[in-house]
Design a protein around this ligand. Structure first.
Ligand code: AHM
Ligand code: MG
Length: 355
């Protein structure tokens, strides 16, 4: 055998044992996330059959009526974590308010934020999609339900973050701040096995990923930076980068993490904060990137430094190789100094993100 087989559960346990004060609760919580990921993966693989099953009036394995996969993923995550006893409250892209568990979950040490199925508009076209999670330690006293303040913590205080990508194979990538590790699901045995230990971003940025359909709605700094990536505009790169954009953030991120690249979802004139959500889309990815040697910014400052003010707030997002993201910030500073000024003025007034 070339390499030792290490399951994700064993790996999480091994990492936790480095902390003498660890109680095993975090390991147990990760085990629940892994279980959820495996069930969602099996459902995603059957996505093309839903129509056929629906037409014949079939039900799924739980005997439930066939439902939309994003709703299914949301319900499953919330249900499994709610009754785990390790989580005092949860937040999800699919739920307006916080979700609390039964009374015994009040002793849970952690809160979890989720995007249960990101990029779900791609399902029907068989394009890779993903689930994203972020775990924080609660700040409110144990023994009572989790509160909003447990969630409104900056990304830098995250305990663990990661994603599951449902692609040509299913992979889970996570970090607890000690490197970024990737595990591939072996469907024949139903276990995630360590396949990508200690992922680090390649030193060279090879790819830029952005929905260029919005080019004319971006601010000048972003437009000039994207032109720069293409080897054109006022400050062209000598050798242009390759353009790759799937429109499924987890998949775009995963590819760039392995090959080197910058992913962007800038604000536009119509939507100054862009589309993506700070707490359960941008923060976990930023946490992973910084642990893999990259950097994520909202164009003005590190994503992980932003103090969130609302559960579902949006943020412009630029993430990838450190030098390229710093360069983007520099373009914004030089071409749109008024935006930088208003961002920090708003921030001083207690608003997390400028418009
Ligand atoms: P969703 O949370 O509704 O799935 O939307 C998020 C997705 C991301 O995966 C992706 O990066 C982005 O939307 C693509 O948006 P656009 O089609 O505007 O480029
Ligand atoms: Mg999403």
């Amino acid at each position: 055998m070339k390499q030792e087989l290490i399951s994700i559960q064993r790996y999480v346990g091994m990492e936790a044992r480095k902390f003498p004060q660890a109680t095993g609760e975090f390991t147990a919580l990760m085990t629940e996330i892994v279980l959820t990921a495996k069930v969602i993966s099996s459902q995603v693989n059957k996505a093309g059959l839903i129509e056929i099953l629906g037409k014949t009036g079939e039900t799924n394995i739980q005997g439930e009526e066939v439902r939309k996969l994003d709703e299914y993923a949301n319900d499953l995550f919330l249900h499994i974590l709610k009754y785990s006893g390790h989580v005092c409250a949860m937040a999800s892209e699919e739920a307006e308010e916080l979700v609390q568990g039964p009374h015994y979950s009040n002793s849970g040490k952690y809160v979890v934020l989720l995007d249960p199925l990101d990029g779900s508009s791609n399902i029907d076209a068989n394009v890779s999609i993903g689930s994203i999670f972020a775990i924080y330690k609660r700040v409110s006293p144990a023994g009572q339900p989790g509160e909003l303040r447990d969630f409104l913590q900056p990304g830098k205080d995250m305990i663990a973050g990661g994603y599951i990508i449902y692609g040509s194979s299913t992979m889970m990538v996570y970090s607890t701040g000690q490197g970024v590790h990737g595990f591939t699901l072996d469907p024949s045995v139903g276990t995630f096995l360590l396949s990508h230990p200690n992922i680090t971003l390649p030193s060279k940025c090879n790819i830029y990923s952005v929905n260029e359909g919005y080019f004319h709605r971006w601010h000048e700094g972003v437009r000039h930076f994207v032109d720069h990536c293409k080897g054109s505009g006022p400050e062209p790169l000598e050798k242009p980068l390759s353009a790759r954009y799937i429109g499924s953030m987890v998949a775009d991120f995963h590819r760039n993490l392995l090959y080197g690249g910058i992913f962007m979802y800038p604000g536009t004139i119509n939507a100054p904060l862009g589309k993506l959500r700070l707490m359960y889309e941008a923060n976990p990815m930023a946490f992973l990137l910084e642990n893999a040697g990259g950097y994520a910014s909202n164009g003005y400052e590190p994503i992980l430094e932003v103090n969130p003010s609302e559960l579902h707030e949006r943020t412009p997002l630029f993430m990838g190789n450190r030098d390229e993201v710093l360069q983007l910030e520099d373009f914004v500073k030089r071409y749109n100094p008024e935006l930088v000024e208003s961002y920090f003025a708003n921030k001083d007034n207690g608003k997390a993100i400028a418009t």
